[in-house]
Design a protein around this ligand. Structure first.
Ligand SMILES: [Ca+2]
Ligand SMILES: [Ca+2]
Ligand SMILES: [Ca+2]
Ligand SMILES: [Ca+2]
Length: 356
């Protein structure tokens, strides 16, 4: 156990407090203690090792007994900062160059590096498949229906058949173990989400669920904040997001955006839940899950590539655009703008991989 990693502690104490509280588990507790000695507050000391964080405090149980206390153990859900290749909880500016198959990554904690992975026609599928908290470079080759993944934890290669031509990538953590699962959406009259869960699934079973119909756009995300992707489609004909929340299997229907918008769902307010969000004519229309308020951000042009991600590492997704090798980021932490040059006009930014 190592003491107090500032980033990990910040992450679970502030941004994810509510969600982690739901899954908190008592480490040690005497029968005389009240059921929740912290009264829903976190403890006075914190330790972090790998993906596990422990928060604990001594306490008195009100009957004069001393020397007792309680601790909560949390899974910090490594990998839930998308496009963070170096694992410092900040998304990294990064592009794929189709002509050479090279990924260029400007790691926020370190140096820029290049890595050859994939060919021009591949679809980018970066995600944290091995659960070490760092995004893995990965592509899906539609012609072969194969995922090529370079595991960041040990540099091993994972090659796995999944999907069919015409599928859309919906990679994310579907089973709640913090590791991204191979996943696609197959559109049709009976549209279906498919994923191969990484948790307790040595036989490689595929989970699938009918959801949506022809013309719908798949927009999965963790709308209820339980650490699992929820199935979601946007239906252009009625402009409704159809969400099936993984925590309760409850359905949620929300009107937000129009058929011609670009869709940028992400966690902009940092409460651990995906927010409904669209981009139209330079404006980001975000409906914050924390308070249901609408937020409008003027950022970018219709011709830009949208690259929302948490570049400043405050747990909130930043509005950001990519334009011919220029990156323009609106930092949520302080409202400042960052501009930088990285990539060329024909590159594909990694953070655009799953956008519709
Ligand atoms: Ca990073
Ligand atoms: Ca990884
Ligand atoms: Ca969920
Ligand atoms: Ca949110």
């Amino acid at each position: 156990m190592i003491l107090y990693s500032a980033d990990a502690a910040r992450r679970f104490c502030s941004n994810k407090q509510e969600r982690l509280g739901q899954t908190a588990l008592s480490l040690f507790r005497t029968p005389t203690l009240r059921p929740n000695p912290f009264n829903h507050r976190l403890g006075t000391s914190v330790a972090v090792a790998g993906n596990t964080a422990v928060s604990g405090a001594p306490m008195f149980d009100g009957t004069g007994n001393g020397g007792v206390g309680a601790a909560y153990v949390f899974d910090t859900e490594a990998g839930n900062t998308p496009f963070d290749f170096d694992g410092d909880f900040k998304a990294d500016i990064s592009v794929f160059r189709p002509s050479s198959g090279v990924w260029y990554i400007q790691a926020s904690s370190n140096n820029t590096y290049a890595l050859q992975w994939g060919i021009a026609t591949d679809k980018l599928a970066p995600a944290d498949y091995d659960g070490d908290g760092r995004t893995d470079v990965a592509v899906w080759r539609e012609s072969e229906q194969i995922f090529y993944i370079l595991n960041s934890a040990d540099n091993t290669v994972r090659i796995e058949n999944f999907g069919l031509p015409g599928d859309q990538l919906t990679v994310g953590v579907w089973d709640g173990d913090g590791r991204a699962d191979l996943s696609v959406y197959r559109a049709g009259a009976n549209s279906t989400f498919y994923y191969r869960g990484s948790a307790n699934n040595s036989s490689g079973n595929i989970t699938f669920q009918l959801w949506g119909t022809a013309g719908d756009k798949p927009l999965p995300g963790d709308f209820d904040g339980d650490g699992r992707f929820d199935m979601c489609v946007f239906r252009p004909s009625d402009q409704i997001w159809y969400i099936r929340q993984s925590s309760t299997a409850q359905l949620r229907f929300e009107n937000w955006g129009t058929a011609t918008d670009k869709f940028v769902p992400a966690d902009y307010d940092g409460d651990g839940r995906t927010d409904l969000a669209v981009f139209r004519n330079g404006v980001w229309y975000i409906r914050q899950s924390s308070d249901n308020q609408a937020v409008y951000l003027n950022w970018g042009l219709n011709t830009d590539t949208l690259v929302p991600a948490d570049y400043d590492g405050d747990g909130k997704t930043d509005a950001a655009i990519y334009r011919n090798g220029s990156w323009w980021i609106l930092n949520s932490s302080n409202g400042s703008a960052s501009a930088s040059q990285f990539g060329v006009s024909t590159d594909t930014p990694a953070a655009s991989a799953y956008l519709q």
